[in-house]
Design a binder for this molecule. Sequence first.
Ligand code: SF4
Length: 217
Amino acid sequence: METLARVAVMYSRPDEADSVAGAHLVTLSGAGAAGAALAEVPAGTHLKVLADLCGHGTATAVVLGGMFGGLYGEGWTDLPLDHDGLKEAGGALGCGALHFLHPEDCPVGVAAEATAYLAAQSARQCGVCVSGTGALAATLTAAAHGEAGHDSVDKLRRWSQQLPGRGACGLLDAAARIVGSLLAHFPDRIDAHRRSDCPACAGAAPEDGRRFTVPVP
Ligand code: SF4
């Protein structure tokens, strides 16, 4: 859609081709009253500015690129909306969908839902994708319920490093990136679930209301 939109604008306004090339179409969503929004914004805009503009000023984290760009906590506000800047931070803009998490959104629950969705969407053509996404989702779901084994974090970290690049498409990479970024940005949260003192949900299961859905504007 972004490509077609850019072609149309560049054709109709050739003098502004540079400014069109320096902008991104993004979908902005998150929990709360603010609905999803579709916006064209200058490349390099800080994500905090976008969150404030669309009513998510209290957001504490963001999921980038639909589910393909990872989950970012501390420091996400200074991330720039451009491919190079996000890549440098280990993320990706992907399809341009940004989903903001609020203090009541549990990052473990969100990551569990995202990996479960990706596991369910696997085309089941690559064995490593079927087993890899399934293992990531099952382990994170157990973690969200406070039932993670003591070696779960080590297993998740190892899988998040070993699985990227081993599927025929980017779906397995997306699941691994969600897990790797969860561990990097929320390193204590899985243990917090085991102790039932997660600050967001005190060990509640993801189906208890903190759904991760990206509405279409
Ligand atoms: S990696 Fe891609 S192509 Fe391979 S099974 Fe998973 S979804 Fe299908």
